[in-house]
Design a protein around this ligand. Structure first.
Ligand SMILES: [Zn+2]
Ligand SMILES: [Zn+2]
Length: 383
């Protein structure tokens, strides 16, 4: 550490296929060459289109080529010859779709499964996250905004899995990372164009870099969503997303089921309560659905009925209630469909980030004085 500036890593260790108990996997070189290193000793070269078969045997891994057994190791490392090398990794037990990865792979046995860790350059990781989280059909400025958020999350959470021997997982627990970005060149380009850039809060900590699919016209505050307020995660009116596919939804529920549900949550609903009493409109986001003195958080209704968002109005008829909803997701932070539209009509990535996050600065992680947020912050649901 010099002059209070943290030295940030250039590579990161990400557990891939982390949600799956992988017992057997095929690893092949799709492009370029790899050195295979078993328990710190050179074993063999792996050239383009060569495949190796790895299976778990107790605490070790048996390595087979297509023609013969190669050996048993506690730790196998696939070292890329250069930055153009690409590995194809295909779990066969369980049988999962193959994915492609840049850089190195470290294989060991942990937690009764094969632990596959991608030792990956952070730019390659960020581009992979952007493609996984944001799809392959958007504008460059939108990808830049997502890249800055993915990088901010990365640097703010490198110790999330330390006790398991890696830094981040590839699931939504951390950020979705389905391998290298290969479907749209503008994603790695956007990642390079924003190299090192992260979002810092007013107190020079990394922000909680949250986003969602569509806010329905107004973003949600962190304090409403998670009871953990942040001065940069405050409601923002969003005219940019309201014509997008995920801006509107509705669901119909029998009135009798709605009444039973509310009574199970302590609503009194005396006999003769007219259907009109159930009506509730959310023009702007509200926290509670209320009838008289009784109330229930909209986010709880969202969970119980598996709704797309907690931003909905209730319109009751004589037989049923209609939930007329807006948006998709928790609504906190950047609205992806709004941000895509902003990029389409000419806004730059920093303008997009400053629109959805307040009181922030966009800075280079290598030159700014950024601190890690205090440990043990409550985990946030990302949906
Ligand atoms: Zn994780
Ligand atoms: Zn929106």
């Amino acid at each position: 550490m010099t002059n209070g500036v943290l030295a940030f890593c250039q590579t990161i260790h990400v557990s891939i296929f982390n949600e799956s108990p992988v017992k057997r996997v095929v690893v092949s070189a799709l492009k370029g060459n790899y050195q295979v290193i078993g328990d710190s000793s050179f074993v063999m070269d792996l050239s383009a289109n060569d495949a190796l078969y790895l299976s778990m045997s107790g605490q070790k891994i048996t390595l087979h080529s297509s023609s013969k057994p190669v050996g048993m190791f506690s730790n196998i490392r696939f070292e890329a010859a250069d930055t153009a090398s690409v590995l194809r990794i295909n779990p066969v037990s369980p049988n999962l779709d193959a994915r492609q990865y840049n850089d190195n792979l470290i294989v060991s046995v942990a937690f009764k499964r094969i632990l596959l860790v991608n030792e990956v350059n952070i730019d390659n990781y960020v581009a992979g996250v952007v493609e996984s989280e944001a799809g392959a059909n958007a504008e460059p400025e939108f990808y830049k905004a997502q890249a800055v958020l993915a990088r901010t999350y990365l640097f703010g959470n490198t110790d999330r899995h330390t006790s398991e021997g890696f830094q981040l997982c590839d699931g939504v627990h951390c950020q979705a990372y389905n391998g290298r970005s290969a479907r749209n060149l503008s994603i790695p380009t956007a990642t390079k164009a924003t190299k090192g850039m992260v979002v810092a809060a007013f107190d020079s900590t990394f922000i909680t870099a949250v986003f969602h699919a569509n806010c329905g016209g107004e973003t949600e505050s962190a304090s409403n969503a998670w009871l953990n307020g942040k001065n940069y995660l405050v409601p923002v009116k969003d005219p940019f997303c309201i014509n997008s596919p995920a801006a509107h939804w509705h669901k119909t529920i029998p009135l009798s089921q709605w009444k039973t549900y509310l009574k199970s949550h302590g609503f009194k609903l005396p006999a003769g309560t007219s259907p009109g009493a159930f009506d509730c409109s959310q023009i702007s986001r509200k926290q509670f659905y209320r009838i008289g003195d009784d109330s229930l958080p909209f986010k709880q209704i969202r969970t119980d009925f598996q709704l797309r968002s907690s931003f909905f109005s209730v319109i009751a008829g004589t037989e049923e209630v209609t939930l007329k909803g807006r948006g998709f997701g928790h609504g906190v932070g950047l609205c992806q469909e709004g941000a895509m539209q902003m990029a389409k009509i000419g806004y730059k990535y920093d303008e997009i980030l400053n629109y959805y996050f307040k009181n922030i600065s966009i800075v280079d992680v290598n030159s700014a004085h950024i601190k890690k947020a205090p440990a043990n912050q409550p985990l946030l649901s990302k949906k």
